[in-house]
Design a binder for this molecule. Structure first.
Ligand SMILES: Nc1nc2c(ncn2[C@@H]2O[C@H](COP(=O)(O)OP(=O)(O)OP(=O)(O)O)[C@@H](O)[C@H]2O)c(=O)[nH]1
Ligand SMILES: [Mg+2]
Length: 451
């Protein structure tokens, strides 16, 4: 194994910078330039030193020493914290390379942590997500995955798989004697348990992926309901054109907003009605597409008597299943207070909010509602955010359905075992028990150099 080095802090000038070197020769190479702190009975130590190269002092630095396997990579590692001048950083890196280290590839430190068994593949990917995280929710999801909450669940699943396969394989050993060790009913129930868990994880991807990319929220309703005014009120700026002419908004208008640590993508749409205007009709088609992709639908109406009916009408055109639907009565500043409405015999839709985009009344309740629904801290269940994991789980589920079919049709155990192994294989690709260089290459090239 070679010894690798890289600047681990972002490129450019800064207060301090960190150059990292890891591998079997890390201590020896660093010792040519700095005095290494002694660890004593500890596994890590920090000490002040000069960094020297070819008889010159390059900088005054702090040296952190890690003894294998008690480092990020699991190898002997040295981190040199120097002054953050671009020149000093480069001079230190070049000196280490001259002394025998080689330049690290992107993500190579993390790749070594994986190869040395410090972390599994899903944890390594979470490191990249953590570095990419830009809000509290993505940070929270990445951190919990990095710390192994999700891997632990996969390990449990894997264990169940292994036991199941072992039971069936036992039968293969005695195939001459035509015995069934494993009660088929019991096997089916184990398959069901594993399947339910995989399905749950797959389902969580819709949320996980939305949180990672911003949760899409469609603002919909009839023309003139006040959708564009609502978008502007939410964003606190005049983003969309507002007018009292029905059919003002033609194209979808989108902007992001962070509410209680989660990024939402609010999308204002064209008011839905039958229109002869070609452009408006195209806009209305887009409204439907937006609703289809949305996780949250804010349905706006200024009429309390027709709001329920309007929502029913919409859901007869497009499925709202699985989406968070929030009915909103708009322009509340114009409507008489609750109870005094003279004609209102229509039922109020469940969970309806009364909002005035003009005065801001009710906007906080909307924030609250979203925050409660998307409280990632309150869920103990792992949430997956990674497309690779999602696709692998889908393959696990497909193989499991073949296993179930096989067991139900009393297909010989050796054939069922093939499908079980297939499922096990796909599960293993998530944590990296089975992997290819191509997959590893794809994953670690996403990283920055020095991580
Ligand atoms: N009093 C009052 N008027 C509002 C409120 N929200 C919107 N309006 C008015 O209602 C009219 C229509 O508002 P828009 O936001 O353009 O409505 P829209 O739903 O985007 O309409 P389209 O784009 O045509 O589908 C405008 O004259 C707004 O000023 C509100 O909360 N209170
Ligand atoms: Mg509009």
């Amino acid at each position: 194994m070679s010894t690798i080095a890289a600047i681990s802090t972002p490129p450019g000038k800064g207060g301090i910078a960190v150059v990292r070197i890891s591998g079997p020769e890390a201590h020896a190479i660093a010792a040519k330039h700095v005095s290494l702190p002694s660890c004593g009975p500890q596994h890590q130590a920090v000490g002040y030193s000069l960094f020297r190269h070819e008889g010159h002092v390059v900088d005054e630095v702090m040296v952190t020493r890690y003894n294998a396997p008690h480092s990020y990579t699991g190898e002997d590692t040295i981190e040199i914290a120097c002054h953050g001048s671009s020149y000093v950083q480069q001079a230190i890196l070049q000196a280490l390379i001259k002394s025998g280290a080689i330049m690290a590839a992107p993500g190579e430190f993390t790749q070594r942590a994986f190869l040395n068994g410090r972390i599994d593949l899903s944890q390594a990917e979470a490191v990249a997500d953590l570095i990419d995280s830009t809000n509290a929710a993505t940070h929270q999801l990445a951190l919990s995955q990095m710390r192994g909450g999700y891997s632990h669940r996969l390990q449990q699943l894997r264990q169940q798989f292994v036991e199941l396969t072992a039971l069936l394989e036992l039968e293969l050993d005695f195939s001459e004697e035509d015995v069934e060790f494993a009660d088929r009913k019991q096997l089916l129930s184990i398959v069901d348990t594993i399947d339910t868990e995989c399905q749950r994880l797959c389902k969580s991807f819709h949320l996980g992926n939305a949180i990672k990319n911003g949760i899409p929220v469609a603002i919909v309703g009839l023309p003139n309901a006040g959708k564009s005014t609502m978008l502007n009120a939410l964003l606190g700026e005049e983003r969309a054109i507002v007018s009292d002419i029905p059919g003002t908004t033609r194209d979808t208008i989108e902007d992001t907003l962070n509410i209680h640590g989660i990024t939402y993508r609010f999308i204002d749409t064209a008011g839905i009605r039958n229109s002869d205007d070609q452009i408006e009709s195209l806009g209305i088609q887009r409204s439907y597409q937006t609703i289809e992709k949305a996780q949250v639908v804010l349905y706006l109406s200024e009429n309390p008597d027709t709001l329920s009916h309007e929502i029913n009408e919409l859901s007869s055109h497009i499925s709202l299943e699985g989406k968070l639907l929030i009915p909103i009565l708009t322009k509340c500043d114009q409507i008489q207070p609750e109870g005094e409405s003279n004609s209102s015999t229509a039922s109020t839709p469940e969970g309806m909010l009364r909002i005035s985009a003009l005065t801001g009344q009710g906007i906080n309740q909307l924030h609250q509602k979203l925050a409660v629904h998307y409280d990632v801290n309150s869920t103990q269940d792992p949430i997956i955010t990674n497309l690779r994991h999602f696709e692998a789980l889908e393959k696990v589920i497909a193989s499991l359905s073949l296993v179930r079919q096989g067991l139900a049709d009393s297909i010989p155990a050796d054939l069922v075992v093939i499908d079980l192994r297939e499922a096990l294989y796909h599960l293993g690709t998530i944590t990296g028990e089975v992997t290819s260089n191509e997959v590893l290459g794809n994953i670690f090239h996403r990283f920055c150099i020095g991580k």
